[in-house]
Design a protein around this ligand. Structure first.
Ligand SMILES: Cc1cc2nc3c(=O)[nH]c(=O)nc-3n(C[C@H](O)[C@H](O)[C@H](O)COP(=O)(O)OP(=O)(O)OC[C@H]3O[C@@H](n4cnc5c(N)ncnc54)[C@H](O)[C@@H]3O)c2cc1C
Length: 387
């Protein structure tokens, strides 16, 4: 069997401490790290990653059977090393086999087929693309959309640098990256659908969705993962940004699931039909005149829930401040473990996604500022790179 091998080493750091934090983070995300003779090993989607800390040097080797698995594992480690070793991603150099691609392997061009107003504030866009099999996953259903700037009728798409890392176009050809949920997909029929929230103060995502017409193109990368773990009792709560994910999660639940679904939207006309198991109680909260992200109705409704002992899972998505309060409540007052919850900021009031994540991305952070838990969680939901 072919084995492709690539490796990197970072010096001048507290290698054991960095490695411990990195592995703890990956284990929290359900990866299994095993102690070996010369360090730690971790399997990542067909690739094997070997870590070795020696004094001030952390070495990582990736072994993979194909170019694509080598690329994916290397990108995952590249992103996490930059984060946990607190260095700029471009300082990390890889040696050995280098994946040979014209474009990042997960990147696809999406062409708009149709657009439909699902509710006053939700616009569903169906896209055509070849080779979508990679995106057909019930667990990894978030993605990054790469959106050309207005007026850019002839977009350029990501390429691969000579260092084997993705390169995004710049200047007038710059692409804005935004995170979305794949609401529906049929890879065999070459289409997928995304539900875009149309909001005030529209950024590239919302503004693009409003004007989207058949034939227009954007890019997609990812997919990224982590969703609700099915459990006997579940609480699913979100504002409209999490509504597409809730709809998908509900479609995957067994009919016997018990629990609650709490959804906040602008008005009664924004409530849409959902397939809710009989044992789950669905309630809609309407903001009416209030600005999104400013009220307490959703957080109060979540906190009013009694979370039973036993096999349970809580999934919450929405505005940053709401999410922070819910996360604290679940941990401190309800005693939920990390395996029993996934609570993620999908957006932040008064801040675009790039700035929200700059709590996450080193190059956009103040020196010494660490990545916020929210930014890391949001990044983990869809990958941080145009893979
Ligand atoms: C894993 C994940 C999955 C997501 N899935 C979806 C999805 O399926 N559909 C979807 O529509 N969104 C989804 N989101 C949320 C979406 O990424 C953000 O709302 C994003 O900010 C939209 O980008 P934008 O370019 O429209 O606005 P940005 O340029 O990011 O922001 C511009 C301004 O709009 C404000 N803003 C952003 N979102 C909202 C909002 N919902 N209501 C009011 N003001 C807002 C910001 O505070 C900022 O002031 C998801 C986010 C994550 C992390």
């Amino acid at each position: 069997m072919t084995v492709l091998i690539t490796q990197t080493a970072l010096s001048g750091l507290a290698a054991s401490t960095v490695l411990r934090s990195l592995l703890e983070h990956l284990v929290e995300h359900d990866f299994v790290a095993v102690q070996a003779e010369h360090g730690w090993t971790l399997d990542y989607e067909g690739a094997q990653i070997l870590f070795h800390a020696d004094g001030d040097t952390l070495s990582v080797q990736v072994q993979a059977p194909t170019q694509e698995t080598l690329f994916d594992a290397r990108m995952m480690i590249h992103h996490h090393l930059a984060e946990f070793a607190a260095c700029e991603p471009e300082f990390i150099r890889w040696e050995g086999d280098s994946p040979q691609f014209e474009r990042p392997p997960a990147f696809r061009i999406l062409t708009v087929v149709s657009a439909q107003q699902v509710s006053p504030h939700l616009r569903r866009i169906r896209f055509h693309s070849e080779n979508l099999a990679r995106y057909q996953s019930d667990e990894d259903f978030h993605c990054k959309l790469l959106i050309p700037r207005p007026g850019n009728a002839d977009p350029e798409w990501p390429t691969m640098g000579t260092d084997g890392l993705p390169r995004l176009p710049s200047g007038d050809k710059q692409l804005d990256m935004r995170t979305y949920t794949i609401r529906r997909i049929d890879a065999s029929a070459s289409w997928l659908e995304i539900d875009f929230v149309l909001h005030e103060d529209a950024g590239p995502g919302s503004a693009w969705a409003v004007q989207a017409q058949a034939g227009q193109q954007i890019g997609i990368s990812g997919p990224g993962g982590r969703t609700a773990r099915p459990a006997e009792w579940m609480l699913l709560a979100a504002d409209e940004t999490g509504l597409p994910a809730v709809a998908r999660i509900l479609e995957g639940l067994s009919a016997g699931t018990r629990g609650k679904v709490i959804l906040e939207v602008q008005a009664a006309s924004d409530a849409i039909p959902l397939n809710v198991p009989e044992g789950m109680d669905l309630s809609w909260i309407y903001r009416n005149e209030a600005t999104p992200g400013t009220g307490r109705q959703l957080v109060d409704a979540i906190r009013a829930c009694t979370i039973p002992e036993g096999d349970r899972f809580v999934w919450v998505a929405g505005e940053f401040s709401m999410v922070q309060e819910v996360r604290t409540w679940l941990r401190q007052d309800c005693g939920l473990t990390g395996k029993e919850q996934l609570v993620v900021a999908y957006w932040r009031l008064g801040m675009d996604e790039t700035r929200m994540k700059s709590g996450g991305r080193r190059s956009e952070r103040e020196p010494g500022e660490s990545q916020t838990e929210e930014a890391r969680a949001a990044d983990d939901q869809a990958g941080n790179t145009p893979e």
